[in-house]
Design a protein around this ligand. Structure first.
Ligand code: MRU
Length: 340
């Protein structure tokens, strides 16, 4: 059955990449039409499109755009090199570009553009299917009447259409299993309040927004039954990089015996990373911490650190939910089997 799309974070229309500009949500739903792959790179860096699978898909369409240029071989090569490194932590980005490079290397010139577009479409369609499978498998793990806490945005905005962690929540809600969702606002860029709240509210799912530092208090009151988040890169031992603050949640969840789930497609598993120490952690501009929506919230000149991600050790994760099955710690054997 064809999937229904409430929206697409990334699309291709008449020779252009179309991105839902996530920096403008929730105030405005603005779609950018991009005709130059370099602008796709800028949009990834500026987080107009964000979330591990979504930046991979955007980059894949960016490479397809490059094939429409006057010197397609050179442009495709440049696009692959530049787009693969636009952000460092999400492995889906390099993974998607590597797939595009493989197609480019074997396509004859007259078929280059159509072959690359077909591959980008395939990556997007596979992500949609993976999200829905993750949603089904994850929903089975949640008990009736669950109050679930999620962090950042691992929804359709972050993947393509449906979402991983939010796919689990949407799917469980469809089965009547969700009583409430606690949405971490997710400082500094507020992906929880701006994006997750937008995405879940339009599905009619009951949510409450909380500041990131409220999660422990809620857990201590027994008001959280499960935590579900996404991931940007999963090492083969199960250590998982995700939005800064995820590790803190996992420690709190362990303290309060709350199950902690990571929902991620197998394209987020990095076979070259044996453990979390080999995952590069992006550090972003200090101004993202010292300002809020452009307004200073710290004295002028105050320094800040802005780690975009942290790593949750595999042993703190109750299960990693992939499209092919669920891995529980110790994860390595199962994850490698699922990947093969
Ligand atoms: O910096 P972001 O907004 O790109 O970070 C996104 C996340 O941390 C998501 O949880 C992750 O990419 C999983 S998306 C399905």
């Amino acid at each position: 059955m064809a999937a229904e799309f409430a929206f697409k974070a990334v699309d291709w229309r008449e020779g252009k990449v179309v991105l839902l500009d996530q920096t403008r949500l929730p105030a405005e739903e603005v779609y950018l039409e991009i005709a130059d792959w370099r602008e796709v790179g800028e949009a990834i860096k500026a987080m107009r499109v964000r979330g591990a699978p979504a930046i991979g898909i955007a980059a894949a369409y960016g490479v397809a755009l490059a094939a429409l240029a006057r010197d397609p071989w050179r442009e495709v090569e440049d696009a692959c090199r530049e787009l693969a490194t636009a952000r460092p932590t999400a492995v889906n980005l390099a993974w998607a570009v590597e797939r595009m490079r493989g197609v480019a290397e074997s396509a004859p010139l007259e078929e280059l553009a159509s072959a690359l577009l077909a591959e980008a479409d395939r990556i997007a369609a596979e992500q949609d299917a993976a999200d829905r499978a993750i949603g089904e498998l994850g929903a089975e793990l949640l008990a009736e009447g669950s109050r679930v806490l999620t962090h950042c945005n691992a929804g359709g905005l972050a993947t393509y259409s449906y979402g991983t962690a939010l796919g689990v929540i949407k799917s469980a809600f469809g089965k009547g299993k969700i009583a409430h969702v606690w949405v971490d606002e997710t400082r500094p860029l507020l992906q929880g309040s701006r994006l997750t709240a937008w995405e879940l509210a339009r599905e009619g799912i009951p949510i409450s927004l909380i500041c990131d530092n409220m999660a422990g208090h809620l857990m201590s009151r027994g008001e959280v039954d499960a935590v579900v988040t996404g991931a940007d890169r999963v090492a083969t031992n199960g250590d998982s990089a995700n939005k800064i603050g995820t590790y803190t949640l996992a420690v709190l969840a362990a303290r309060h015996a709350v199950p902690f789930y990571i929902a991620a497609p197998l394209s987020t598993l990095d076979p070259a990373a044996p453990d979390g120490s080999s995952i590069p952690i992006e550090e972003r501009e200090e101004t993202e911490v010292t300002t809020l929506a452009g307004t200073p919230i710290a004295p002028r000149g105050v320094r800040a650190r802005n780690f975009a991600f942290d790593v949750t050790p595999g042993e703190l994760i109750t299960a990693i939910i992939t499209e092919k099955g669920v891995a529980r710690p110790p994860c390595r054997e199962t994850l490698l089997k699922l990947l093969s």
